[in-house]
Design a binder for this molecule. Structure first.
Ligand code: FMN
Length: 392
C-alpha cells in the first residue's frame, strides 16, 4: 500500500493490523462518545483566513514548550498500553519522537518501563504521573523518573476515577489478552502483530509489576489498579508532588478557567487543556472550545497547552492561533504505531508537520511563533438561514 497521506488513512491501516480490543481501546470515548467526537468536530468548525502575495520563503516551525526547544510545537500525549498497539510501542514511539525533535510523554500505565525507554533513547523524555493512594509508590515513581533523566513531570488530574468506555467492557479488554475464544480469534487474524508480540518480553504494565507492593503478576494487578487510583486527590497533593519532584511540572486535564487559576497558583510550568481525549467526562465541552477562555484567564501567568481532537496540521495551527503554546497528539501517533511501528509514528508526525507548514504559509506567515487570532475568521460556523429579503 502507498504511504498514507492523512491520519485517517493511518487509522484505517491500524484497524486492519491491531487486534480489535486494542484498536478499540484507542478509538473510544466515554459513554456516548459525544465529547470524543466534539473534540474533532469543533476544530473543523474553525475557519482559517487565506492570505495572498506575502513572502512565503524561509519558513520555521521551531518553537519552545516549557523552555525546551521543539522542531514544531506538537508533543506525543501519554497513552496507557501503547505497547499493545505494537510490540515495544513506547520505545518505538519515543525513538520516533526523538528523531522528529518533539517531546515524548511516557504514561504511568505504559507497557515498557521508564528505565527501558530511557535505555533505548538518548534525549530526556517526559513522564506522566497518575497518583495512587500508596504514596510510597508515587514517590518511587517520581524518583525513578528523575533517575531516568526525565525533563518534565506531567501530572494528570482528571482520572481520580475511571470513565466508562463501553467498547472496553464489551471486548473484555485485558493485558495480556485472556485466552478466551473471542481474543484468540482477534489475535489470530492479526498474525504480524502476534508474531512481533511473541518476540518481546514486554507485555505487562512495566512501571508497576514487580515495583508496587503486592503486585508480582497480572492477576493481582487489575484489582490493584481499581483500588489504587486516589479519588481524594487535591490541590494540596499537587503541592506535595511538586516538592517531591523539584523539576518542571505540567498539570494535565484542566477544562475550567477557575481550575486554571488554581493551577497557575501552584507554580507549575504549564497546563494542558484536556478532557482526556473524551475518555472521562462524556458531555464535557471540547478542549478547543474552552481554550480561549482559559488562555484569557491565565495565559499571562502560565504556559497553556492543549490536546484532544487534533488530526492535522491545520488543527495544530488553529490551537496555536487561539493561544496555545504547545499541542499534543494521542490517537494520531497510536494509529501510526499500530499501522507501521516506529515508521508509522514518523509518518504521523511528518503528515502533521507538512500540513502545519503549508497551512501557515497559505495564511501568510513564515514563523510559527508569530501566529495569532488574526489568522482565524471570527464568525460562527455557517448555519442555514432565511435569505435576507430586500426591503419593500
Ligand atoms: C488509548 C489512550 C490511552 C490513554 N492513556 C492515558 C494515560 O495513561 N495517561 C494520561 O494522562 N492520558 C491518557 N490518555 C489521554 C491522552 O493523554 C490525551 O489526553 C488524548 O489522547 C488527546 O486526545 P487525542 O487522542 O484526540 O489526540 C489516553 C488516551 C488514549 C487514546
Amino acid at each position: 500500500m502507498a504511504t498514507p497521506l492523512t491520519i485517517a488513512e493511518l487509522k484505517d491501516v491500524a484497524r486492519r493490523r491491531v487486534p480489535k480490543m486494542f484498536f478499540d481501546y484507542a478509538d473510544s470515548g466515554a459513554w456516548t462518545e459525544g465529547t470524543y467526537k466534539a473534540n474533532e468536530a469543533d476544530f473543523a468548525a474553525i475557519k482559517l483566513r487565506q492570505r495572498v502575495l506575502v513572502d512565503m520563503t524561509n519558513r520555521s516551525l521551531e518553537s519552545t514548550m516549557i523552555g525546551e526547544k521543539v522542531s514544531m510545537p506538537v508533543a506525543l500525549s501519554p497513552t496507557g498500553l501503547t505497547g499493545m498497539q505494537h510490540a515495544d510501542g513506547e520505545i518505538l514511539a519515543a525513538q520516533a519522537a526523538e528523531k522528529a525533535g518533539v517531546p515524548f510523554t511516557l504514561s504511568t500505565m505504559s507497557v515498557c518501563s521508564i528505565e527501558d525507554v530511557a535505555a533505548h533513547t538518548t534525549k530526556p523524555f517526559w513522564f506522566q504521573l497518575y497518583v495512587m493512594k500508596d504514596r510510597e509508590f508515587v514517590k518511587s515513581l517520581i524518583n525513578r523518573a528523575r533517575a531516568a533523566g526525565c525533563s518534565a513531570l506531567v501530572l494528570t488530574l482528571d482520572l481520580q476515577i475511571l470513565g466508562q468506555r463501553h467498547k472496553d467492557i464489551r471486548n473484555g479488554l485485558s493485558t495480556p489478552p485472556k485466552f478466551i475464544p473471542k481474543h484468540i480469534w482477534q489475535v489470530a487474524t492479526r498474525p504480524k502483530w502476534a508474531f512481533e508480540m511473541l518476540g518481546t518480553k514486554r507485555r505487562s504494565f512495566g512501571n508497576i509489576v514487580g515495583h508496587a507492593k503486592g503486585v508480582g503478576d497480572l492477576s493481582s494487578l487489575s484489582s490493584w489498579t481499581a483500588e489504587q487510583f486516589d479519588p481524594r486527590l487535591s490541590w494540596d497533593d499537587v503541592a506535595w508532588i511538586k516538592e517531591q519532584w523539584g523539576g518542571k511540572l505540567i498539570l494535565k486535564g484542566i477544562m475550567d478557567a477557575d481550575d486554571a487559576v488554581k493551577a497557575a497558583e501552584t507554580g507549575a510550568e504549564a497546563i494542558i487543556v484536556s478532557n482526556h481525549g473524551g475518555r472521562q467526562l462524556d458531555g464535557a465541552a471540547s478542549s478547543i472550545s474552552v481554550l480561549p477562555e482559559i488562555v484569557k484567564a491565565v495565559g499571562d501567568r502560565i504556559e497553556v497547552h492543549v490536546d484532544g481532537g487534533i488530526r492535522s496540521g491545520q488543527d495544530v495551527l488553529k490551537a496555536l492561533c487561539l493561544g496555545a503554546q504547545g499541542t499534543y497528539i494521542g490517537r494520531p501517533f497510536l494509529y501510526g504505531l499500530g499501522a507501521y511501528g516506529k515508521r508509522g509514528v514518523t509518518i504521523a508526525l511528518d503528515i502533521i508537520r507538512n500540513e502545519l507548514d503549508i497551512t501557515m504559509a497559505l495564511c501568510g506567515k513564515r514563523d510559527i511563533r508569530d501566529v495569532g487570532p488574526e489568522l482565524l475568521h471570527h464568525r460562527l460556523p455557517v448555519v442555514a438561514t432565511e435569505p435576507a429579503r430586500p426591503s419593500q
